[in-house]
Ligand binder design. Structure first.
Ligand SMILES: [Zn+2]
Length: 385
């Protein structure tokens, strides 16, 4: 016999008592079927409920051929009575977000004459795909209308129309339906076939916030949040932006401009630093006796792209030069065409990536700078003989 779905009769049912109709173990995973249940099984884009049956945890809920199977942390014997308790915080969050999704999807489909071709309710955001192009301004217009619908406290109702009534009804459906069809109605916003759990009126959605819009296939992918989750999202972002703004001595709403200024300044400083490193290398080169066999320089903060110029400056005086920079970046320059041979010699002891010509090689080397210097000098001596 099919499981009686208490959540369809009353989505606000948090506790219930029932009898274990069936109890199975599949590959060490315990599952029970109850005579009736308030646990919502995963479906229609809404994740499964969590909660407890007595002292036993309910970890997952799935419907198979009309029977709702509860995956439980410990086995429960057939015939036992079970007191169910839904993890209400989790469920209510999904009810708010699922209902918010109906308002937004319904308004989008009505406005653009498109379809909702994808829907995923994650633990962080709701993702929806539509087969129509849309601009951010249009999405914001929809967001405004959705939030006005929340102010209007529109009832959210479910009904089971007859086949004849259904034939005359203009409703959205995410898949091909058979048998009894449950129609969700939010006057002015949405009429949609849906088996999920929803809040009583749009007022309980509290807030709809569209977070992102990107082109996806021939249409768009939108992410959004509703309810307490939207407030949490606002709090988190407000705290983050405020902290960043304090560090930048800027107003929170002007953080982006302040970051832009810092990045510009940073770029200018890096440019200036690169110039100074080159100057220093040129001055250093003057202290190297002409015809020196090997010169090694470790500049642990120098960016990889500036090493070549330093090596060139030192290469004016020394035959073989190795310069190391940030994160193990290196350049080897050889006036007597032995750069690759020196790189090969270092490979005997260290992990060396990269390549180049006999005149110059570059890449990344892993190891202690002191030991690398020792090995490089020894190799330069050896190679020279
Ligand atoms: Zn729904």
């Amino acid at each position: 016999m099919d499981t009686v779905k208490l959540y369809e009769q009353d989505a606000y049912r948090k506790t219930f008592s029932s009898i274990v109709e069936d109890s199975i173990s599949e590959k060490g995973i315990f599952k029970v079927a109850l005579r009736e249940t308030a646990f919502y099984p995963e479906g229609g884009g809404q994740p499964a409920d969590h909660g407890t049956l007595g002292d036993v945890k309910v970890l997952d809920v799935q419907e198979r051929d009309g029977i709702i199977w509860h995956t439980v942390s410990e086995p429960l014997p057939k015939g036992a009575s079970a007191d169910g308790r839904i993890d209400w915080e989790r469920r209510y969050d999904y009810m708010q977000n699922h209902s918010g999704e109906h308002v937004v999807s319904g308004l989008i489909c009505r406005t653009f004459g498109c379809s909702n071709v994808g829907f995923h309710m994650g633990s962080d955001v709701i993702t929806m795909d539509f087969n129509t192009p849309m601009t951010w301004e249009q999405a914001m217009e929809i967001e405004g209308r959705a939030n006005r619908a929340i102010e209007m406290q529109i009832p959210i109702t479910a009904s089971y129309p007859t086949a004849e009534e259904l034939a005359d009804l203009d409703y959205r459906s995410k898949k091909e339906l058979s048998g009894r069809v449950r129609i969700l109605t939010i006057e002015g916003c949405d009429t949609c076939a849906c088996c999920g759990t929803h809040v009583r009126t749009t007022a309980e959605i509290r807030l709809v916030k569209i977070l992102s819009l990107q082109n996806y296939k021939s249409g768009v992918r939108i992410t959004m949040v509703s309810g307490n989750r939207a407030l949490e999202d606002y709090r988190r972002k407000h705290d983050g932006i405020s902290a960043a703004a304090r560090l930048l001595s800027a107003k929170p709403e002007e953080t982006a401009q302040a970051v832009e200024r810092v990045l510009e300044e940073n770029g200018r400083l890096r440019y200036e630093m690169a110039g100074m490193r080159k100057r220093i290398a040129q001055l250093q080169a003057q202290t190297i006796p002409e015809g020196t066999a090997a010169c090694f320089l470790d500049e642990p903060l120098a960016p990889a792209r500036g090493l070549r110029e330093i090596a060139n400056a030192l290469g004016e005086r020394a035959d073989n030069v190795m310069v190391m920079g940030e994160n193990g970046a290196y350049v080897i320059k050889s006036a007597d065409s032995r750069a690759r041979a020196l790189q090969e010699a270092l490979r005997e002891t260290f992990t060396v990536q990269g390549g180049g010509s006999d005149q110059m090689v570059q890449g990344v080397i892993r190891g202690e700078s002191v030991q690398i210097e020792e090995a490089f000098r020894a190799a330069a001596e050896r190679v020279q003989r």
